[in-house]
Design a protein around this ligand. Structure first.
Ligand code: PLP
Length: 417
């Protein structure tokens, strides 16, 4: 599969903004959607727009079948053992919140500890802060060094016996597979090994990871893996919470209402089994129905020829940014086979030029990038800046786009100095 062939699957990539050909480098925020996903969404809206699970009529049965096909597509894509372990939410944020609430209710007591990475998206930080506030627990941090790499000895200290001889009170470790700012593939397997050796479960925020890495949740042995459909070629408004059955069964529901119940009287309620226990109310059935097409697209994106071209495109971008003495690129990439390889995301600042001004000028030239705090304020502050510019690529982006981007960047910087 060539880049050009893959690219033709995505109608939006042919678009123009302000009369300029679109260069879409904001993929870490939301990926573009292939025609197959757009068509499926339209077809489901026309032909199977009815509430799932509830009715006996044909439209409802078709919508329900499509919803469950979406669940099966996700299960197969991440190698989960069973469909009961795939919970649909509104997004990665809702998936993390579900665990923070439900796991927290079941297992976290005053004085317990939750560990989060320093470079987390707010979605994998704020829910844990709130849980700790609610429960009187402590939030501790797995710090990153100046290269953006995890300082694992600190995690070892947190997981080990405490200086006063007491056992560790860590109840859960929550870390990103790939940071949305640094774009480096973190050694999550190592963290999972360390945590499990201490009997501690691990939640992996896979919002970026599942896009760039082949994920097999059983091989990874994570306890929870959360991500969003809209970053992985699907229609927006969907998220996935993968959880090991033993944890999901032990956790109380997060939201209460229709279709998550077994029997209800005016006095009390018993709950449905997995996955429905965690899916109160009407799910985004039209968007979930696009998962088979989205996962198929994600599989195509892993074609070896396409990946080789993508690696080269990303390396060119990284090299071009590194070659400029007035640009600071954040996060040091490791080699291609090891941890901390860069996955399509470059966040940087340009000396003497504000990131927002640059982003606005780039937009006028047809280039879409992200700027600011990127919902990860602590790690941006760690590097002593008030914001960054982020170019995030997918395998449909081309070398020519990188060259054009660098020309536009030069032009914009010259205009602003
Ligand atoms: C690493 C990471 N986690 C969580 C999220 C939140 O995803 P959503 O806004 O789709 O819930 C994002 C979104 O950018 C992300 O990059």
């Amino acid at each position: 599969m060539t880049v050009q062939t893959f690219r033709t699957l995505f109608p939006a990539l042919d678009g123009n903004v302000y009369g300029k050909a679109l260069v879409y480098f904001d993929n870490a925020a939301t990926s573009q959607r292939p025609a197959s996903v757009i068509d499926k969404y339209a077809r489901m809206s026309r032909e199977a727009n009815a509430n799932i699970y509830r009715a006996v009529h044909k439209l409802s049965a078709d919508a329900t079948e499509a919803y469950e096909q979406g669940r099966e597509a996700v299960r197969a894509f991440i190698g989960a053992a069973s469909r009961e372990e795939i919970i649909f939410t509104s997004g990665c944020t809702a998936a993390v919140n579900t665990v923070a609430y439900s796991f927290g209710e079941a297992f976290v007591r005053p004085g317990d500890v939750i560990v989060v990475g320093e470079a987390e998206h707010h979605s994998n930080l704020v829910p844990w802060q709130q849980l700790c506030l609610r429960k009187g627990a402590d939030l501790r941090v797995l710090p990153v060094d100046e290269e953006g790499h995890w300082q694992l000895d600190e995690l070892g200290r947190l997981l080990g016996a405490q200086p006063d001889g007491a056992a560790s009170r860590v109840k859960l470790v929550a870390v990103a597979h790939i940071s949305n700012v640094l774009g480096l593939v973190n050694p999550v397997e190592e963290v999972i090994g360390m945590a499990h050796a201490a009997g501690v479960p691990v939640l992996v925020d896979g919002a970026q990871g599942v896009v760039h890495e082949a994920v097999d949740v059983q091989a990874m042995d994570c306890d929870f893996y959360c991500f969003s459909g809209h970053k992985l070629y699907a229609a927006p408004g969907t998220g996935i919470l993968y959880g090991k059955k033993k944890w999901l069964e032990a956790m109380p529901p997060f939201l209460f209402g229709g279709e998550m119940v077994d029997t209800v009287t005016l006095e009390r309620t018993t709950f449905a089994g997995l996955p429905h226990k965690f899916e109160a109310g009407t799910g985004n059935f039209t968007a979930v129905a696009t998962f088979p097409e989205a996962m198929e697209t994600a599989r195509l994106a892993r074609d070896p020829q396409l990946l080789a071209a993508f690696d080269e495109t990303c390396r060119c971008l990284e090299d071009a940014l590194k070659a400029r003495s007035d640009i600071r690129l954040y996060g040091a990439s490791g080699d291609a086979a090891g941890p901390y390889r860069r996955a399509g995301v470059c966040s940087f600042t340009v000396d003497g030029v504000h990131h927002e001004d640059l982003a606005q000028l780039l937009d006028k030239m047809g280039v879409a990038v992200r700027s600011g705090l990127m919902c990860a304020e602590p790690v941006i502050r760690h590097f002593g800046v008030s914001g960054m510019l982020r170019a995030s690529l997918l395998p449909y982006n081309t070398l020519q786009e990188v060259e054009y981007f660098m020309q536009c960047l030069d032009k914009a910087v010259a205009m602003l100095r």
